[in-house]
Write a protein that binds this ligand. Sequence first.
Ligand SMILES: Cc1cc2nc3c(=O)[nH]c(=O)nc-3n(C[C@H](O)[C@H](O)[C@H](O)COP(=O)(O)OP(=O)(O)OC[C@H]3O[C@@H](n4cnc5c(N)ncnc54)[C@H](O)[C@@H]3O)c2cc1C
Length: 288
Amino acid sequence: MIDFEYHSPTSLDEAFSLMDQYGDDAQVMSGGTALVLMMKQRLVQPGHVIGLRKIPVLSSIASDGDGAVRVGALCTQRQMETDPLVRQSLPLVADTYSKVATVRIRSMSTVGGGLVHGDPNQDPPPTLIALGASVVLSSKGGERVVPVEDLFIDYFETDVQSGEILTSVLIPQAPAGSGAVYTKFLPRTADDYATVSVAAIVDADESNNCRDVRIVLGASGVTPIRAKEAEALLRQRPLTEENIRASAAAVKEAVDPLDDFRGSADYKRQMAEVFTRRAVTQALSLGR
Ligand SMILES: Cc1cc2nc3c(=O)[nH]c(=O)nc-3n(C[C@H](O)[C@H](O)[C@H](O)COP(=O)(O)OP(=O)(O)OC[C@H]3O[C@@H](n4cnc5c(N)ncnc54)[C@H](O)[C@@H]3O)c2cc1C
């Protein structure tokens, strides 16, 4: 491990002035589950680590009107799985976070750290994008709000700029009566990263015509991918088995998976189709 100095600010202002003082030689840390590994592997070598844990304003979970929930960036992934408000208002979110790694990892890793890490294989981003969630990025100069859909730029690269801290995430509820699913294809072990994952939200009327649909894939490219073509093949159409199959087939064109030890790109492309079909079918059955 490299030598570094650890700072523990108790307010955002103090954190911003430390970031200002140490510039590129500083890295903020939340749970440390990703950062410490990267430091051990010498992928990053900050001289100053700014821990965010003692900043109380980052740790709240609260209603934000219309069923939406605002989550502080320092909330752990385990809190997202167990918090009563999240479980009641955002059951898809609680279920998705329960599928991240193991309880030990979830108890340390945070909502904000997970998003800024920008690993395309992570579980929460597809669900947060499907729900239309947004993040607040705060800096000395003010705040900006970025939809989670626009946060991921490239492989392990996000739109978070130097001097910015992700402070909260606003997560809207799924439409009333809709069905929502997060499926994670795990052919190896139960605590692995996904080989392919799909979040699907289906809002259908009484005759099973599709009012709206969101389909977002993880582990299927260098960022999470919203399958807009596949959505368009269902929106305002009957949700028949044939239409769902045609929509899922379109996903194969949208994804661009990487070859790795979890499977070849071609295998993952085929699994993206299979798991999209299953996710949409299951979401439809859970609605109303
Ligand atoms: C063994 C193992 C298994 C895993 N399996 C899974 C899995 O199955 N599914 C899954 O989704 N994830 C998995 N993960 C990844 C895990 O979810 C991430 O490591 C975690 O989310 C990172 O959160 P953290 O709070 O620990 O971030 P940190 O390690 O503290 O930080 C990560 C990065 O974000 C930056 N950062 C942190 N907080 C902020 C902030 N508020 N504002 C700006 N920048 C910030 C840091 O500088 C760093 O670059 C696994 C990790 C491990 C170690």
